[in-house]
Structure formats: structure tokens, C-alpha cells
Design a protein. Structure first.
Length: 288
């Protein structure tokens, strides 16, 4: 099982209002969550209890909203060193503040970053801003395409103070997929809770786009994506844990397993598709 969307950040660097939002629903184990940000073994133990083999560590600079800087990239890479076969470090380049975009992408790859994360509502630009004059964003997409680095793009809303939810519409990924047809795009959250029809259209239109379902309550997944089985080869499981409203990795996985979907579809979503997009590191155990 690969949970492609786990929020392990340098939380203590977050803006105070962001930290307060993160605490909601986790007050009874907040100290343990903070400790987990310092100690990868605690995350690995939680993954073991839930039956999760690998986790994607979502990190990206968002100085205007979350308070995170480029240090989040170094944090992600260092954290993943504790178990390279099980922890997939994500990182980001902020196109509104970046200088040498190509060099920064290359630096992420040299660190071991496995996926670049963009969050338009937190970084305050639309995903297709390269068509509106933000040339550094186009350079970023092109470099990731050239280097084979997948790009995860947040779609849907955000509850954090200062976020601009208008930038979460999945339709803006249409320009990205058209202009960069060899770029592997992961559409995080499927546009929830407003733009699921748009997300499904983008997924079916563009073969280089994957749907990542974190942040969607599993019991609503087939309500929002009733034709999910038709696109199962490009659907990726993620939880968004421990974001507000997502209490437990194992509970989310159990709810997904209880959906009335064929077993081979569930296996593709939770295991096979993520292994194809993010292959095992050389030397990693193959029997987990």
C-alpha cells in the first residue's frame, strides 16, 4: 500500500494560524504528532499499524500562506533518509519567487526528491499561470518534463487562513497537460468538494494525468466519482493525514477496502499504480 499524501512538514515553522488549524481534531494527540515531525520512526510505526508500506511526504514552499520556505525541501529529503524504500520525499519550487528555476529542479533531484508539489491556493497563482505571463512556471513544468519528475498539483479548496480557493479549479490543468504532454501530472484531491466533474473530465481527456484521491472521505468516493472503475489504471490512493478531518491512516484504508469495487481495482488504486509512477528504489525489499 502506498499512501501518496501524508503531511509531514517542519510544522514548528508554520504560521501560528496554520498550526491552530492543524490542531483541530487532533488535540488529544497533538504532542505525538509534533514529535513525529522530528522522528521518522514514529511515522513508520504509524504506517506499520495501518498496514501502509510507503508514504509520500508532502512538502513545498508557501511563505505567504503556510509560512514554509525552501527549507521544507531539505526537511523532506532528510526525513526520508530514515527509510528511503518507504518514505517518498516531495518538494517544491515557488515560481513567483524562484530565480534559477531549472537549477532548483535539478537541486531537488540531487536531494532525492521524488515528486514536485505545487499548491495554487497556497502559492497564490493558477496552475495555468504560464499562459498568463508567469514564465517561470512554464520553465518549471518544462524542466520537470525534461527530467522525468512528476508534478502533483493541488485541486479543490483549502481551509487554511489566507488560501485563495479560486485557484483550485482542475480545469486549469487542461492548459498544463496540453502544453506539456509528456509531463506526468498528479491531480491531488480530485477537485473536492466543488469540482469533481471537472476533475473527471481532465483525467479522461489527458493520458498524462493521474487522479489522487486524498482528502476525499472514502464513503463519498463513488458518489463523487461513480465511474471510478473506468479510470482505475490512473487513480492513486492518498489520505491527506493528519490534515483536519483525517484522523487515522488505517481507518481511511479500511473504508476504501469496504467500497463495492472489484478487488483488482482496489489493488491498482492502493498498490500497483503508485509503484508504476514511483518505482521502488534500487535495493528496496520487494516482499513488503
Amino acid at each position: 500500500m502506498t499512501d501518496l499524501h501524508v503531511h509531514v512538514h517542519p510544522w514548528r515553522e508554520a504560521a501560528p494560524a496554520v498550526l491552530e488549524t492543524l490542531r483541530r481534531g487532533h488535540e488529544d494527540h497533538w504532542d505525538q504528532l509534533l514529535a513525529m515531525m522530528d522522528e521518522p520512526r514514529l511515522l513508520l510505526d504509524a504506517m506499520d499499524r495501518a498496514g501502509v508500506w510507503r508514504a509520500g511526504l508532502i512538502n513545498y514552499p508557501s511563505p505567504d500562506v503556510l509560512g514554509f520556505t525552501d527549507e521544507a525541501n531539505r526537511f523532506s529529503a532528510r526525513y526520508a533518509e530514515a527509510s528511503p524504500e518507504r518514505l517518498l520525499p516531495f518538494g517544491g519550487v515557488h515560481p513567483r519567487y524562484a530565480g534559477d528555476v531549472k537549477g532548483q529542479v535539478d537541486e531537488l533531484l540531487a536531494m532525492g526528491i521524488r515528486c514536485l508539489k505545487l499548491h495554487p491556493p497556497h502559492q497564490l497563482f493558477p496552475a495555468n499561470a504560464h499562459t498568463q505571463g508567469l514564465r517561470t512556471l512554464g520553465t518549471l513544468y518544462r524542466r520537470c518534463e525534461e527530467r522525468g519528475l512528476p508534478v502533483m498539483i493541488h485541486t479543490g479548496t483549502s481551509v487554511f487562513p489566507g488560501a485563495r480557493c479560486k485557484y483550485g479549479n482542475p480545469m486549469e490543468l487542461d492548459d498544463v497537460a496540453v502544453d506539456f504532454p509528456d509531463l506526468r501530472i498528479v491531480m491531488a484531491h480530485g477537485g473536492r468538494p466543488l469540482w469533481m466533474a471537472e476533475a473527471f473530465f481532465i483525467l479522461r481527456r489527458h493520458p498524462n494525468v493521474h487522479l489522487e484521491i486524498s482528502g476525499i472521505p472514502p464513503q463519498r468516493l463513488l458518489e463523487w466519482f461513480p465511474r471510478l472503475a473506468e479510470v482505475a489504471d490512473r487513480v492513486l490512493w492518498g489520505t491527506d493525514w493528519p490534515s483536519p478531518g483525517v484522523r487515522d491512516l488505517g481507518q481511511n484504508l479500511a473504508q476504501l477496502r469496504n467500497l463495492p469495487l472489484p478487488e483488482d481495482v482496489k489493488t491498482k488504486i492502493t498498490c500497483e499504480n503508485a509503484l508504476r509512477l514511483f518505482p521502488q528504489q534500487r535495493g528496496a525489499p520487494s516482499d513488503q
